[in-house]
Ligand binder design. Sequence first.
Ligand code: NAP
Length: 349
Amino acid sequence: MTKKRIGILGATGLVGQRLALMLDNHPWFEVSAVAASDRSIGKRYGDAAPWRLAAPMPAAVSDLTVGPCEPPLDCDLVISSLPSGIASIAEPAFAAAGYPVISNSSALRMHPDVPLVIPEVNWRHVDLIDAQRRLRGWDRGFVLTNPNCSAIALVLALAPLAERFGLETVAVTTMQAISGAGYPGVASIDITDNVVPFIDGEEEKLEEEPGKLLGVLAGDHIEPASFRMSAQCNRVNVQDGHLESVRLSLQRKASREDLLDALASWSSLPQELGLPSAPASPVLLRTERDRPQPRLDRDASAGMSTVVGRVAPDTIFDWKMTLLGNNVVRGAAGAAILNAELLVALERV
Ligand code: NAP
């Protein structure tokens, strides 16, 4: 199989760097173009990117010259990791120019004709691409988005419960890593010895996106799932890995054994198809009383699974649990790559 050539928008940022690393030696893809802001345009990627990963920068990208975030770009598909302001202009411009675009940005996620996809949860929503092209007059291009990083970790655990028991109410409190704010991110003087109980726009995303993810495709839009969702988000002094305390009530009664079985036994199309980046189990269960923890569990399944623990009955809701997702891997770069693999497998790119 000839490798598909990927162009990364926002390639010098934290997510862009993780994309460059994860795409190195990928069996289906190679990075052929990198783009970023005026600060970086015209420079070698190796000189422009403030490399912040422990693994060395892949040789295949270090000599690429950084281009502008506008078409044309020398690639077959585009993965965007741009801030939302510029993404709202650049991503439709690439789609209109005929490129498939997979986006990490929040800019277009909740547009009715834009698929918001976690491959295990709602791969069928990919078909919304047809309506999008019709509505926007795009022939070959389209935009498909990854959800918010906390929403991905949460909904990977909610989906098996929604399928088997139905969801009624979900309340989540997040403890989100500093890498979630990009580079250079939160000022060190604000986050050292501290917890910041506010992340701009995050609670709104976490309250909106799960309904769309668990909804059903209805022609030219997604009919959202009808459960009540409440979120509170905090920034904590952890490098990578968002921890989330969840309480939920179900439509149908479940025993703890039923609940654990639904979570642990769940798998979906990416596992069936053996997509290269799909984890063997989308949800990993920990039984110790003090897990999951960011430092110990963020690299489980190479960062692609949600790790769930502390599943117990709740005195107000039906159940409570703690979960962890790797925000830069499954919450961003890995999410985009798995979506790209899904699109190849479904012959959409
Ligand atoms: P980041 O480290 O701040 O990187 C931003 C990237 O965008 C850099 O490559 C930067 O290029 C480029 N950029 C900034 N302004 C630009 C402009 N006006 N024109 C063209 N390029 C511009 O941010 P990040 O953490 O990688 O996040 C990128 C996107 O992914 C955001 O939308 C974020 O919300 C989303 N996301 C992040 C995470 C996470 O865990 N970090 C998770 C999920 C989603 P220069 O280096 O040239 O300035």
